[in-house]
Design a protein around this ligand. Structure first.
Ligand SMILES: Nc1nc2c(c(=O)[nH]1)N[C@H]1C(S)=C(S)[C@@H](COP(=O)(O)O)O[C@H]1N2
Ligand SMILES: [Mo]
Length: 389
């Protein structure tokens, strides 16, 4: 028996022309690609905006206004990422036969082919990672060891960089494809096969449907439509809960009658019971919780403005404040509020929610709530405010 030669194997690998679906081709790829490019651009911009909330660059001062800004940017981030998934799959299907391209003869042809394939591999690997890790994050599953946020950010730069290179290289092809009609009337076609236009419409419809099925987690009137919403809004007091008191290890400490809020600035400390906080002038505001994982929901909060608490220790109303909590396990047990946000009268230590005493899973005895702030920083079970000198 003779072993197959390289030439035998090569003969068995399909060639681009062996794939017959006429719906494929640059006319389709360029159109789906344009939609995908728009989704990636929105996703990248809103994602960077979200990273700035964690590590704020020097040129940016976080503002409490517009109140709903973070809710919108993060909602768009999740919607554009979700919309990208069906588009990416259709785009890959439309270029799949090109995987079997043979390089042009000669060393130069080989080098060009290798470079092009390496750049596409970087683009594919990074976009796959972004969409997959983002989706797992939305469903609240972290099966990895690395920091989601830092890795998702670092790979985003690889993705956007390789995307820009890809668009740059393909620009002439994209221009020609977008400039000519999607169907060619002179093609002799099998009338039973789907047309390019059908595939394109299908891709857009699948993408729109994916958004519709998930957007109810931020858009109230879509709540009933959104079968895939991870947190449709069930939770005590009509608000979803990300981490329960049991999960954060605060079930007992939060109910301890000896609980006090400590407010410190330098060597001055004031200690207040919940009744003493309730005896202070209360404010009521409607503000959203906008979770980085995608869901958001407005609620009516009542409590004491942070700046009034700072006044008790003689601190400026626009000082930075570190908010600490009873939480002993896991992340997000504390957060920092910048002076601009502290100064806003709607930034409060909330004591009640939707007209009722704050539920323990929403942060009883007291939780932070501030306008235009990611949910992770709306610290629950607060027991200490430290004014940053
Ligand atoms: N102490 C503490 N506060 C916390 C968290 C936490 O894990 N620990 N989770 C945050 C996150 S991720 C969100 S989205 C909101 C959710 O608030 P809710 O459960 O009151 O709706 O609480 C925030 N506050
Ligand atoms: Mo969150």
């Amino acid at each position: 028996m003779r072993l197959p030669t390289v030439a035998d194997i090569e003969r068995r690998i399909p060639r681009p022309d062996d794939f017959e679906s006429r719906a494929r081709g640059t006319a389709l790829t360029a159109r789906v690609g344009t939609a995908l490019g728009i989704c990636f651009a929105v996703c990248f911009a809103t994602g960077m905006w979200s990273h700035f909330q964690y590590s704020t660059p020097g040129w940016l001062t976080l503002s409490p206004n517009p109140t709903q800004l973070y809710r919108w940017t993060q909602g768009l981030h999740i919607a554009s990422g979700t919309a990208a998934i069906p588009l990416l799959l259709v785009k890959l299907w439309s270029v799949f036969p090109r995987l079997f391209n043979r390089p042009a003869a000669g060393a130069r042809g080989l080098v060009v082919e290798v470079l092009e394939r390496a750049s596409i591999a970087a683009l594919m690997g990074s976009t796959f990672f972004m969409l997959a890790s983002g989706t797992l994050n939305i469903i609240g599953w972290y099966p990895w060891e690395f920091s989601f946020r830092r890795t998702h950010e670092a790979v985003a730069w690889v993705a956007i960089g390789s995307l820009v290179v890809h668009i740059g290289v393909k620009l002439p092809v994209i221009r020609t494809a977008l400039g000519s009609p999607i169907e060619h009337p002179d093609e002799h076609l099998d009338p039973s096969a789907p047309t390019r236009r059908t595939v394109l419409r299908g891709a857009f419809a699948a993408s729109g449907l994916a958004v519709l099925l998930t957007a109810g987690q931020s858009v109230p009137w879509l709540r009933k439509v959104s079968a895939f919403s991870v947190r449709p809004g069930d939770g005590p007091q009509d608000l979803p809960v990300n981490r329960t008191a049991a999960g954060a290890g605060t079930s007992e400490t939060a109910l301890d009658p000896a609980w006090r809020l400590e407010v410190t600035a330098g060597d001055r400390t004031v200690s207040l019971s919940r009744d003493e906080l309730l005896a202070m002038p209360q404010s009521t505001h409607r503000l959203p919780i906008a979770c980085v994982e995608g869901w958001s929901r407005s609620a009516t909060w009542t409590g004491v403005p942070l700046r009034d608490l700072l006044a008790l220790v003689g601190a400026e109303p626009d000082a930075d404040v570190v908010v600490r909590s009873l939480q002993t396990k896991g992340a997000f047990g504390s957060s920092r509020v910048v002076g601009n946000v502290v100064e806003d009268g709607r930034t409060m230590l909330a004591l009640s929610l939707n007209g009722e005493k704050l539920d323990i899973d929403h942060g009883y005895p007291a939780r932070l709530i501030a306008p235009n702030r990611p949910g992770v920083f709306q610290t629950k079970w607060v027991n200490r405010l430290e004014v940053d000198a």
